[in-house]
Design a protein around this ligand. Structure first.
Ligand code: FES
Length: 112
């Protein structure tokens, strides 16, 4: 089994595929690569990846089974996933979401 897996990041009209360490935390990978996970304020005021603030949301395909209660709630109610609660274990596409100040989504947020 390879030590890395491809992660395709869709950021608006831009798309890039990067190789990431299998088992890496999705939020950590995105932040390390400089991708905008947060809104303008939540970029500075967030829970630090503990699954509490719900401002690190992204859309993922395929959608992994949730392992954290807050991410499970997101799945149950049809909200985007918490990137800090997701581990990259297989090839994955992640779509970054346009957010307002905290973490609210701008209107066009669904996969087309
Ligand atoms: S960083 Fe707070 S829920 Fe993910």
């Amino acid at each position: 089994m390879a030590d890395t897996v491809p992660l395709t990041v869709v950021d608006g009209d831009d798309e890039a595929t990067i190789e990431v360490e299998r088992g890496a935390n999705l939020r950590g990978v995105l932040l390390e690569r400089g991708y905008p996970v947060y809104g303008t304020v939540s970029k500075h005021a967030n829970c630090g990846g503990r699954g509490l603030c719900a401002t690190c949301t992204v859309e993922v395909d395929p959608a992994p089974e949730p392992t954290h209660w807050h991410d499970a709630a997101a799945v149950r109610f049809g909200y985007p996933r918490l990137s800090c609660c997701l581990t990259v274990t297989e090839p994955l596409t992640v779509r970054l979401l346009d957010k307002y100040v905290w973490g609210q989504l701008l209107p066009s947020r669904s996969w087309d």
